[in-house]
Ligand binder design. Structure first.
Ligand code: ZN
Length: 76
């Protein structure tokens, strides 16, 4: 298994390794999205919110819409 070992403190916090923060452009007080899928926790930088519904989006694309709103627009 690759990765950097970290300890979880009493409040469930971990420190994100500086090299990962730099690589992803995560700065102090930035919001991130924490998710879990099949036993794996992911932490992703939040890039903005959907212009229509306000849902958090992670896309680097110029389109500021979430996947659900893109699908709605395509159907209409
Ligand atoms: Zn949306």
């Amino acid at each position: 298994m690759s990765g950097i070992e970290r300890s979880v403190d009493d409040l469930g916090r971990i420190v994100l390794p500086i090299k990962y923060r730099k690589r992803l452009g995560i700065c102090s007080n930035d919001k991130v999205i924490v998710d879990v899928d099949r036993g794996v926790i992911t932490i992703s930088p939040m890039k903005g919110v959907c212009a229509l519904c306000g849902e958090a989006i992670q896309s680097e694309s110029r389109v500021r819409l979430c996947r659900a709103c893109i699908d709605k627009v395509k159907k209409s």
